[in-house]
Design a protein around this ligand. Structure first.
Ligand code: ASP
Length: 326
């Protein structure tokens, strides 16, 4: 008898908790949402986040605020979101680094596949090899020879181990079979400032962060890592055209901490799709050589699929290169 009463009370409590949860999800959002970008302000991931966040804010009726938590190649910010409250008010916008970090870091404090609830893919974007404008080589062929001859005398900037620029640099050095001196930053925004200022020699970075500098002649560009030339930079040859086998597309995704209510994920997914269909977002992305995904790809299923397959893909490449953060 006593047991039945307890069971009933527990059942009632559970039911009321579930009701409170769904009522909470129905009202969502009732306050500003933070999107953590795990790199510095002014870089390409930050640019993608700010463009998308503005339209998501309008759609959700609450401010979507970008917070830059740079450090450790994006793993610091991702680690913070992995343990944040799963109430829909702290999200993560990250890139391909979600799939490389599990192999690069032997002791990563989070698991990208279990500590996050994927919301959707956002964009894919190629990278460009660019240097300070007075860097000696003028063409891709000259660059390849120059790196082979001068190796460690050359400074290569990247956004930390786990970043796209580090991945691209690693692939580049492997292809050329030479080591350059690497200079880590908390994001490629500040790295680009130093390239323009002439403090470092070379970087491989998303076109989101290099297009205007290339167009303005502030940097010297050698090639784009896409299979075809880009509409926004038609004069820039592909890496393959320049004799370098290096193809890489950086993808971005939006995540919540694992265990976030399914109704909240759905609401965020819908807002993300609205942002990616927005004319201003589409045309700004086009100017920057960044391609927004389709509505079918801006979904938890597509992001889960990409994340899982990319972890496998990069595992093989990184293990073959033998590059680790610790
Ligand atoms: N583009 C950077 C990277 O190399 C990160 C950033 O600042 O967005 O991953």
């Amino acid at each position: 008898m006593k047991k039945t009463a307890i069971t009933l009370a527990a059942g009632a409590l559970l039911a009321s908790m579930a009701f409170a949860g769904s009522a909470f999800a129905q009202d969502y959002p009732t306050k500003p949402i933070t999107v953590v970008v795990p790199f510095s302000a002014g870089g390409p991931t930050d640019t993608v986040a700010r463009l998308v966040a503005e339209v998501m804010s309008q759609d959700l009726g609450q401010q979507v605020v970008v917070q830059n938590v740079g450090g450790a190649g994006g793993t610091l910010g991702a680690g913070q979101v992995a343990v944040a409250q799963n109430d829909g008010y702290t999200l993560l916008l990250h890139h391909i680094g979600m799939s490389t970090a599990p192999t690069l870091y032997r002791s990563l404090p989070y698991d990208p596949t279990t500590d996050f609830a994927p919301i959707g893919l956002i964009t894919s974007v190629p990278m460009t090899l660019v240097a300070r404008k007075d860097f000696e080589p003028n063409t891709m062929a000259e660059l390849l020879d120059y790196v082979k001859a001068n190796g460690e005398d050359i400074t290569y900037a990247h956004a930390g181990i786990g970043s796209a620029s580090q991945l691209c640099g690693m692939l580049f050095m492997n292809a050329v079979d030479a080591q350059m001196t690497t200079v880590p930053y908390q994001g490629s925004g500040p790295a680009m400032t130093d390239i323009i200022g002439g403090q470092v020699d070379l970087i491989c970075d998303q076109t989101t962060n290099t297009t205007s500098q290339i167009q303005a002649g502030e940097v010297k560009a050698y090639g784009v890592t896409s299979p075809e030339r880009l509409g926004n930079l038609p004069d820039l040859a592909t890496t393959a055209e320049g004799g370098l086998e290096l193809e890489i597309g950086v993808w971005h995704g939006l995540y919540a901490p694992a265990g976030t209510d399914a109704a909240i994920i759905e609401r965020l997914e819908a807002a993300l799709q609205v942002a990616l269909a927005n004319e201003t977002v589409i045309s700004r992305f086009a100017e920057l050589g960044t391609v927004p995904v389709t509505a079918e790809e801006a979904t938890p299923a597509a992001l889960t699929e990409t994340l899982t397959s990319q972890i496998e893909l990069w595992k093989g490449v990184i293990e073959a290169a033998g590059v680790y953060a610790d």
